[in-house]
Design a protein around this ligand. Structure first.
Ligand code: SAH
Length: 350
């Protein structure tokens, strides 16, 4: 099956089969990448429009009970200086974001049970008073916690499935399973969250076929948002000798993700900008419609080192916001003036 046939089938069916995805992922041509990026850009414009949504991320704790083999803040990495931002300070940072005109904040952390469900519910409820949308990304927690946060007003939850290959998942996450991750995603869906997930590109042991599976899973989960970034080996992890995920492959996967879930919010990820100075622009011109500037107070920012050489560890929120505005403007696009709530269907234009 040729690239042209795959794309002609897509025009008819609005989706790809696993074999077609594998074909498009393995075709080595850089002109195929450019073709996919152009298609993805057109589909992005038709389905979610020209606005770019800005989500401010607050990384409030790098403590973690998990042992994810790729992640620099996994609990076995003893070299990490661990920090926790007190709830009162999280609220203050969020208020600052609201004052700067942000419409969404994302509260992210390691899986840190020091913060009780009530603590985070309190933070969510107060941040909601600013009128912003609140996304939580604090890992696997009991269903009752997810429920409490939803009742407190949390709008969205971001929990990447990381890989759709159950064996690779089990190798990378000792003691837990893909099944458990998917169960969390189901619970979040049932509670009425807008659900974000996603995966890494270039994980050691990942194959073209499993990447095709990752793209199919995005669609099966009917996600409102999906984060797709390259794997970046961290020296303090068991995967420190592994190869870095490739930027062109990540861009190819991002373009295909836009085609698989046209309605979704897709960020130009920080991991992509960490590998390429041009990462944000490449993400936004190849299917992406979201940028997530880092609002973590500078005193902590370097310490949330899930991978090395992370972009944006020194710029202030105002600088990041200004850079994003310039980029979006240069691309002839506009910054969204609303919360940019997610949709699950490809109908109804922007
Ligand atoms: N504890 C939360 C937040 C995890 S950190 C959770 O489990 O959901 C956010 C994301 O960073 C992860 O989902 C993963 O996709 C990404 N990440 C972690 N280590 C990485 C690495 N070495 N390279 C690239 N991305 C990484």
């Amino acid at each position: 099956m040729s690239v042209t046939v795959c794309l002609a089938d897509y025009e008819k069916n609005g989706t790809f089969t696993r074999a077609q995805l594998a074909e498009l992922l393995s075709d080595p041509g850089s002109d195929t990448l450019e073709l996919l990026r152009m298609k993805a850009d057109r589909i992005r414009r038709e389905s979610v429009g020209d606005t770019v949504h800005i989500r401010g991320v607050i990384e409030f704790s790098n403590h973690c009970i998990r042992t994810c083999a790729y992640c620099g803040i996994n609990r076995f990495n003893e070299k990490v200086n661990r920090y926790r931002i007190p709830i009162a300070e999280i609220k203050a940072v969020a208020r600052g974001a609201a004052n700067r005109g942000f419409h969404t904040v994302v509260l992210q952390s390691g899986d840190d049970f020091f913060y009780t469900a009530e603590d985070l519910a309190d933070a969510v409820a107060e941040i909601k008073l600013t009128g912003m949308a609140v996304t939580l990304s604090v890992g696997e927690r009991p269903q009752a916690d997810y429920q409490l946060w939803r009742q407190a007003g949390a709008d969205r939850y971001l929990l990447k499935f990381e890989t759709s290959d159950p064996e690779l998942y089990a190798r990378l996450h000792p003691g837990t399973s893909l099944e458990r991750r998917l169960e969390c995603l189901r619970q979040l869906r049932e509670l009425g969250y807008q659900v974000g997930s996603g995966f890494m590109v270039g994980l050691p042991g990942q194959t073209i076929d499993s990447l095709a599976g990752d793209l199919l899973l995005l669609r099966e989960l009917e996600l409102e948002m999906a984060g797709i970034g390259p794997f970046i080996p961290h020296p303090g992890t068991p995967l420190h000798v592994a190869e870095t995920g490739s930027v062109p492959m990540t861009l190819r996967v991002l373009a295909l993700a836009r085609m698989m879930i046209p309605w979704a919010h897709l960020p130009a990820t920080t991991a992509l900008s960490s590998l390429s100075a041009d990462g944000r622009r490449l993400g936004l011109t190849g299917g992406g419609n979201v940028v997530m500037p880092n609002l973590t107070p500078l005193a902590y920012r370097r310490l949330y080192e899930i991978y090395p050489h992370k972009a944006e560890v020194t710029a202030t929120p105002d600088q990041l916001l200004a850079e994003t505005k310039t980029l979006v403007h240069d691309l002839g696009r506009t910054i969204a003036q609303d919360a940019g709530h997610g949709r699950r269907l490809a109908t109804a234009g922007a």
